[in-house]
Design a protein around this ligand. Structure first.
Ligand code: B12
Length: 492
C-alpha cells in the first residue's frame, strides 16, 4: 500500500511567520506533527511519503503514485484542503481525512472517501481493520479520549527537516481549565493525558540523531496541566538529557499560574525552556470573569509576566477584545498593558465562538451567531455579534494593531523585555543561516526598512547593554517585520 500524507497550505497569518522565515531561508514553521504521528501508526510495510504544501509542491506524479491520500488540516487551512481534495479526486485517488478541521465540520467535504476523526489512537485501528476486510466505512469517530502512553514517536524522517525553522513534539493533551471561548477541552478533554518521560526522551533522541539543533515546540494545550508529574519525572529527565546536548531550545504553552511556582520555573529553564505562550486575554477583570478565566483573576498580570521573564522565560501572549464587558476604553487598556508587560509577540484577536464551546452555546441562545469562523483568530473577523457593535470593535482592533506593531511601539517593547529578561543557560547552536539572517536584517530592516532608526537603536543598545541577548534582539526585530506586514494586511 502506498500512502501519500498531505498537509495543505496555511494562509498568510500571524502564526505562519511567513515574512520572518524568509530571513532564515526556511519554507515553513514546523512539520505537521499530526500526520507524522498517524504515519507511525500505519503498518511498517506500507510505503509513506509526506507532501507539506507549505514546504514543497504537490505534483501529479505524487498523486498518481498513491493508493490513498491522507490529509490533515486546521480550519484555517480549509480552502487549501478543498483544493487538495479536488485534485486528488480528479486524479482518481482515494482520500482519508482527519485532524481538527474535519473533526469539526466533516459534512462539508463530500469529496472525502473516509473520515477518521478525533484522536487517531482510537479511530484509526478500526478503520485499518475494516479496510483490510474490504468494508471500510465513511466515518470513524469517538467520544473517548485515549491514553497516549502507546502513541508512537512521529516519523520525522518523512519530512525534509531542512525546510523548517522549528519542530513540534507533544507531551500532553487536554487542559484542566474552562475558558468559555476555547475549544481545546471539547476536542481533547479536561484531564491532561501525558506521555511518559521515556517517550519524550526517545522522541528527542530521534530528532537529535537526525541532526536537529533548532527549536523544539512542545505543543501542549497547557504544559503545566499536571505539575506533579512534570516536576517529579519529565523535567528531571529533560535536565539530564540536555547535559551533553547542543542547541534545541524548548518553548511551550502554559497558563499564567506558572508564575506562582518558582521551583517549576527553575526546573523548566534548567531543562532548556526559554519561551512560553500564555493566554493573557484581557486586563479587564469583568471580562475575565465573563469568560471563566479563573487562573488570570486576582493577580497582578503584569507582575506575573515579569516574574516569568526574570526566571528566564520569554512570554508570548494571546489577547482578546470584544467581550460583552468590554467598553471602547478596552483598546487603549490593551495597548498600555502590552507595552508595559514587554510581551513582544502579542497576538490580538476579536472574540470568536468556536463550535463546541460554552460561548458558542450562549451566542446561539442569544441569537448572536452570524457566520462560520474563518479559523484564524487574529484576522479581525468574528462569528458573533459583539455588544459594543461590530464597527466600533473593528475600529478599536485596528487601532491596537497599528499601535503595537508600529516600529516605535514594537521596538520600545523589545527593549522593555530585554531589560527584564534573564536568559537560561543553553549551549547555543549558531549556524550559517543565523549569520546570514543578521546580514539580511541589516539590509532589509536597517537600510531599506521604515523602522531603520529603531533597528539601529536596538542594535547598538543591545550590543552595549545586553550583548548576550543580541541574537534574540535581531530575531525579535525580524518577527516585528512579519507582524507588521500581516497587520497591514488586516488594517489596510
Ligand atoms: C501546534 C499547534 C499549532 C502550530 C502548528 C504547527 C504545525 N505546522 O503543525 C501553530 C503555532 C503554527 C498553530 C497555529 C494556529 N493554530 Co494551532 N494548534 C496547535 C496545537 C497546540 C497542537 C497541534 C498538534 O500538533 N497536535 C499534536 C498532534 C499529534 O495532534 P493532531 O494534529 O490533532 O493529530 C491527531 C488527530 O487530530 C488525528 N489526526 C490529525 N490529522 C490526521 C489525518 C488523518 C488522515 C488521520 C487519520 C488522523 C489525523 O491523529 C493525531 C493523533 O491522534 C493545537 C491544539 C491541539 N492540542 O491539538 C492547536 C490547534 C490545532 N490550533 C488551532 C488554531 C485555531 C490555530 C490558529 C488559527 C490560531 C491559534 N489559536 O493558535 C493558528 C493558525 C495557523 C496559521 N499558521 O495560521 C485550533 C484549530 C481549531 C480547528 N478546529 O481547526 C487548535 C485545535 C487549538 C484550539 N484552541 O482549538 N497551531
Amino acid at each position: 500500500m502506498k500512502i501519500l500524507l498531505v498537509y495543505p497550505e496555511f494562509p498568510d497569518t500571524f502564526w505562519s511567520f511567513k515574512h520572518a522565515l524568509k530571513f532564515v531561508r526556511k519554507k515553513a514553521g514546523a512539520p505537521p506533527l499530526g500526520l507524522l504521528t498517524v504515519a507511525a501508526m500505519l503498518p511498517d510495510e506500507w510505503e509513506k511519503r509526506l507532501v507539506d504544501v507549505n514546504a514543497t509542491s504537490l505534483t501529479q506524479e505524487d498523486l498518481a503514485w498513491a493508493d490513498y491520500v491522507f490529509i490533515s488540516a486546521m480550519i484555517v487551512q480549509r480552502d487549501s484542503a478543498r483544493a487538495v481534495i479536488d485534485r486528488c479526486k480528479k486524479a482518481g485517488g482515494k482520500v482519508v481525512a482527519g485532524g481538527p478541521l474535519f473533526t469539526m465540520e466533516h459534512e462539508q467535504f463530500p469529496g472525502v472517501d473516509h473520515f477518521v476523526l478525533n484522536e487517531a489512537e482510537l479511530t484509526l485501528p478500526p478503520f485499518l481493520t475494516d479496510l483490510a476486510n474490504g468494508c471500510a466505512q465513511r466515518v470513524y469517530t469517538t467520544t473517548e479520549f485515549p491514553d497516549i502512553h502507546q502513541t508512537p514517536a512521529p516519523l520525522w524522517h518523512l519530512a525534509d527537516l531542512r525546510h523548517y525553522d522549528t519542530v513540534s513534539i507533544q507531551f500532553s493533551r487536554g487542559c484542566p481549565y474552562n475558558c468559555d471561548f476555547c475549544n481545546v477541552t471539547a476536542l481533547l478533554g479536561h484531564r491532561p493525558r501525558l506521555k511518559t518521560a521515556e517517550q519524550i526522551i526517545a522522541e528527542l533522541d530521534d530528532l537529535y540523531a537526525l541532526g536537529w539543533r533548532k527549536g523544539v515546540f512542545f505543543v501542549d494545550d497547557n504544559f503545566i496541566g499536571n505539575k506533579k508529574q512534570l516536576k517529579s519525572e519529565v523535567l528531571p529527565a529533560l535536565i539530564e538529557w540536555r547535559k551533553d546536548k547542543v542547541g534545541m531550545p524548548f518553548n511551550t504553552e502554559a497558563s499564567i499560574n506558572l508564575a506562582d511556582d518558582p521551583e517549576l520555573m527553575r526546573l523548566m529553564t534548567e531543562a532548556g525552556f526559554d519561551t512560553v505562550f500564555v493566554g493573557i486575554e484581557t486586563p479587564n477583570i469583568d471580562s475575565l470573569i465573563e469568560c471563566s478565566k479563573t487562573q488570570n483573576k486576582n493577580r497582578d498580570l503584569i507582575e506575573s509576566v515579569k516574574r516569568l521573564q526574570r526566571a528566564g522565560l520569554q512570554v508570548q501572549g494571546g489577547f482578546i477584545v470584544g467581550f460583552d464587558n468590554d467598553t471602547p476604553s478596552i483598546f487603549q487598556q490593551q495597548i498600555d498593558f502590552i507595552q508595559k508587560s514587554g510581551i513582544v509577540t502579542a497576538m490580538v484577536g476579536l472574540l470568536q465562538a468556536p463550535p463546541g464551546t460554552n460561548l458558542f452555546e450562549r451566542m446561539e441562545q442569544e441569537g448572536r451567531l452570524v457566520s462560520d469562523m474563518s479559523g484564524d483568530n487574529a484576522d479581525g473577523s468574528t462569528n458573533i455579534v459583539p455588544k459594543m457593535g461590530l464597527d466600533t470593535l473593528r475600529e478599536g482592533y485596528q487601532d491596537i494593531l497599528s499601535h503595537i506593531y508600529s516600529p516605535q511601539f514594537y521596538y520600545e517593547r523589545v527593549r522593555t523585555f530585554l531589560r527584564e529578561y534573564q536568559p537560561p543557560k543553553i549551549n547555543i547552536h549558531i549556524d550559517l543561516q543565523h549569520i546570514l539572517a543578521l546580514w539580511r536584517s541589516i539590509y532589509q530592516l536597517g537600510i531599506r526598512g521604515v523602522e531603520r532608526v529603531h533597528y539601529w537603536k536596538l542594535f547598538f543598545w543591545t550590543l552595549f547593554r545586553r550583548p548576550r541577548l543580541f541574537p534574540l534582539a535581531i530575531t525579535l526585530a525580524i518577527y516585528g517585520f512579519h507582524f507588521r506586514t500581516v497587520a497591514e494586511l488586516h488594517v489596510g
